[in-house]
Design a protein around this ligand. Structure first.
Ligand code: PMP
Length: 321
């Protein structure tokens, strides 16, 4: 679908997957006006296809649009277009255990213009690919490196948008972490380098002395849809959960006094990922002896149960195709 000033969004069509034409002067290539989303379609044993909270993805896409001066899309139309696309061939959604169809809606500025101002032309596209488990480790606990030099986002920047540039700024830290054998980077805040923000493509949760805590949304953390869903699951099970500022030192102290019980990340691609080991410049923490914790396992079972249609969706999160 294309956007043109004066004409709005138009020309919605489904085409084969192929390269697109783009002027070398397209503003996205120079000034980074690019936003995206990530969601999944799941095949149930009964042969249905389920989408998990897709309305939330298109809502967040419009919040990202707003931050990057990209014209809003019609959220209902976007969902309708996605459903039409999925109906073309239901076999696109893989059916073997743990697999799903990853869906990537995105918008780029296409106007050929050298100059820093919001573009007058855009393209909204949706591409898809079957995927398996995100980590080589599967559901086994992953190792994370705490990044203390580079930052991913700062308050007032574009951290809370799902903007391409945020991922460009995170590459260096991730590369260093990967080279040392860590699956992901834990980002700290961009101002004081003290407070926990999020992991590469996941929001992060800690269970300390029976209470689950996660950093509050502060303008530089992505408002994860899995994060919001898991907060709701925890509340529904009467497990205490708190969204607040968390100093990394608090996690170190909890580990030292034996009250750090579980650490896990949440994300569309990563699902629920237990964290078994955290390393930073002055030390390392073994979490739960490198084993998956009880609450982490419960959240994983609940989330995947709902997504694959094995558990009743009491939250009304899934859309059936
Ligand atoms: N933080 C970042 C930086 C991400 O890229 C993602 C993945 N979209 C998340 C958190 C988790 O968000 P969600 O649960 O909506 O996938």
């Amino acid at each position: 679908m294309d956007y043109e000033e004066g004409k709005g969004w138009h020309n919605a069509k489904i085409t084969e997957y192929k390269p697109i034409e783009l002027s070398p002067a397209a503003t996205v290539l120079h000034y980074g006006q690019a936003v995206f989303e990530g969601l999944k379609a799941y095949a149930t044993e009964a042969g249905e296809i389920l989408l998990f909270r897709p309305d939330q993805n298109f809502k967040r896409l419009n919040r990202s649009n707003e931050r990057l001066c990209i014209p809003a899309i019609d959220e209902e139309f976007a969902l309708y277009a996605l459903k039409e696309l999925l109906q073309i061939d239901r076999d696109w959604v893989p059916t073997s255990e743990g697999t799903s169809l990853y869906i990537r809606p995105f918008i780029i500025a296409t106007e050929p213009y050298l100059g820093v101002s919001p573009a007058k032309n855009y393209k909204f596209m949706i591409i898809m690919s079957p995927v398996g488990s995100y980590y080589a480790e599967g559901i086994n606990p992953i190792k994370i490196l705490v990044e203390q030099h580079y930052v991913r986002a700062v308050a007032g920047g574009t951290g809370e948008a799902k903007a391409g540039g945020n991922y460009a700024s995170s590459l260096k830290g991730s590369e260093l972490a990967n080279a040392q054998g860590y699956a992901q980077t834990l980002w700290l805040d961009g101002k004081e380098h003290q407070y926990v923000e999020e992991v590469g493509s996941m929001n992060i949760f800690f269970k300390i002395a029976g209470k689950v805590i996660t950093p509050a949304l502060n303008g530089s953390i992505l408002a994860g849809i899995t994060r919001d869903s898991m907060i709701n699951v925890l509340k529904s099970k009467n497990i205490p959960v708190e969204e607040r500022k968390i100093a990394f030192l608090e996690i170190v102290e909890a580990a030292n006094n034996g009250t750090l019980e579980e650490v896990f990340g949440t994300g569309t691609a990563a699902v629920i990922s237990p964290v078994g080991y955290l390393k930073w410049s002055d030390g390392a923490i073994d979490v739960n002896n490198g084993q998956i914790g009880e609450v982490t396992q419960m959240l994983y079972d609940t989330l995947t149960g709902i997504q694959y249609g094995k558990l009743e969706d009491t939250f009304g999160w899934t859309i059936k195709l």
